[in-house]
Design a protein around this ligand. Structure first.
Ligand code: AMP
Ligand code: ZN
Length: 115
């Protein structure tokens, strides 16, 4: 946990969120500024700054996070038409909140390559 991290505050309930899933290790909530009809962020409750900082001891947590993201994507009805996972990493990667998060984007055709 990090005192001044936005997503750590959200996990602690200090700022409001629209949660779609929570267990002891991960949670998922609607992005405050959605760029697709479905835009959900899945995060570890452990404060990990970027996905590039994941350590060997986090391997099980990362697997759990992906399995839960897959479950959420299916529950959101995204499996049939597909969707996209995005993990912006660092400044050039477009990361703005430095608590790693997996974006689930779906509900419309997504362009490739990203800008
Ligand atoms: P990134 O640019 O990959 O770091 O993504 C950060 C995401 O967090 C952006 O899509 C923001 O819209 C989203 N975001 C920022 N603050 C909040 C918040 N309080 N609740 C939900 N999503 C947020
Ligand atoms: Zn944090």
């Amino acid at each position: 946990m990090s005192d001044d991290c936005l997503f750590c505050k959200l996990i602690r309930g200090e700022i409001p969120s629209k949660m779609v899933f929570e267990d002891d290790r991960v949670c998922a909530f609607h992005d405050i500024n959605p760029i697709a009809p479905t835009h959900i962020l899945v995060i570890p409750k452990k404060h990990i700054t970027t996905i590039a900082c994941v350590r060997p001891e986090d391997a099980d947590l990362m697997g759990h996070l992906i399995l839960k993201a897959n479950q959420i994507a299916a529950e959101q009805g995204l499996k049939e038409n597909g969707f996209r996972y995005v993990v912006n990493t660092g400044e050039d990667g477009g990361q703005s909140v430095f608590h790693m998060h997996l974006h689930i984007l779906g509900g419309r055709k997504l362009n490739w390559p990203p800008g």
